[in-house]
Design a protein around this ligand. Structure first.
Ligand code: 13P
Length: 254
């Protein structure tokens, strides 16, 4: 089973910092087996080309964009399109992260349009879904994320769905103010997502306060095929440790 280990840097890192991280990764991976681990890195738009360039000798690492518009070109000041991020070296487009839904008016409609545009241009959509704390407290997590995924993916053909990655990132678990989810809290939503999408999409990932202490147990949850990581992976050492944890996991007999 492929284990995806990805990081989004959100709005962090200068070009120099981004290049250092990516060059360091290329050096660390050089000549090394990745077992069944699939690494990916999603820099801010300014650094996609530099990171892709720094990783040109290490094409096993996929580079992504944190967002892209649904139209290929046009009068959309401040936006970048899927062909533009592809031109810069991106092969994944992250879509619908909760920070974009909350602060930048990302809706189910725009998410859906961006998933379709990403597929149309041959890139991998990384669809982010996740419920707010109030929904979780009311017992509605599973219904909420299933509905969110359904609204983004409904109507896609089997072959298109087969290229999609889904990252379940509960909003209450993300970032400095988040608290790590427990395995028990994640079992029900992943069971439901696994039943609905497990065999149809390229992978179901977990994200939200992943750290070096909880990564192994999170990877052990049924239907979890990878981790999507913020803070723990912004320092290269943290990311490399996560790759090792994933490699151990992928080669463990089950
Ligand atoms: P943290 O790992 O910092 O909680 O961020 C998760 C995330 O939002 C990845 O997209």
């Amino acid at each position: 089973m492929t284990v995806w280990i990805g990081t989004s840097w959100k709005m962090n890192k200068t070009l120099a910092e981004a290049t250092d991280w990516a060059q360091g990764l290329a050096e660390a991976l050089s000549g090394r087996q990745l077992d069944q681990v699939q690494p990916f890195v999603i820099p801010p738009a300014t650094a996609i080309a530099a990171v892709a360039q720094a990783l040109s000798e290490e094409p096993r690492v996929l580079v992504g964009a944190q967002n892209a518009h649904w139209e290929p070109a046009g009068a959309w000041t401040g936006e970048v399109s899927v062909p533009q991020v592809a031109d810069a070296g991106a092969r994944i487009v992250e879509i619908g992260h909760s920070e974009r839904r909350e602060h930048f008016a990302e809706t189910d409609e725009t998410v859906r349009a961006k998933v379709a545009a990403t597929l149309a241009h041959g890139l991998i959509p990384l669809l982010c879904i996740g419920e707010p704390g109030a929904v979780k407290d009311a017992g509605g997590s599973t219904r909420f994320v299933l509905d969110q995924a359904h609204r983004a993916l409904e109507g896609l053909e089997e072959e298109q769905l087969g290229r999609v990655l889904i990252a379940y990132e509960p909003i209450w678990a993300i970032g400095e103010h988040g608290r790590p989810a427990t395995v028990a809290e994640l079992e029900e939503p992943f069971t439901a997502l696994g039943a609905a999408y497990g065999h149809q999409v390229q992978g179901l990932l977990y994200g939200g306060s992943v750290n070096l202490d909880n990564a192994a147990e999170l990877l052990g949850i049924a239907h979890v095929a990878g981790l999507f990581v913020g803070r723990t992976a912004w320092q290269l050492e943290g990311y490399l440790r996560l790759l090792e944890i994933a490699a151990d996991h992928s080669t463990r007999p089950r």
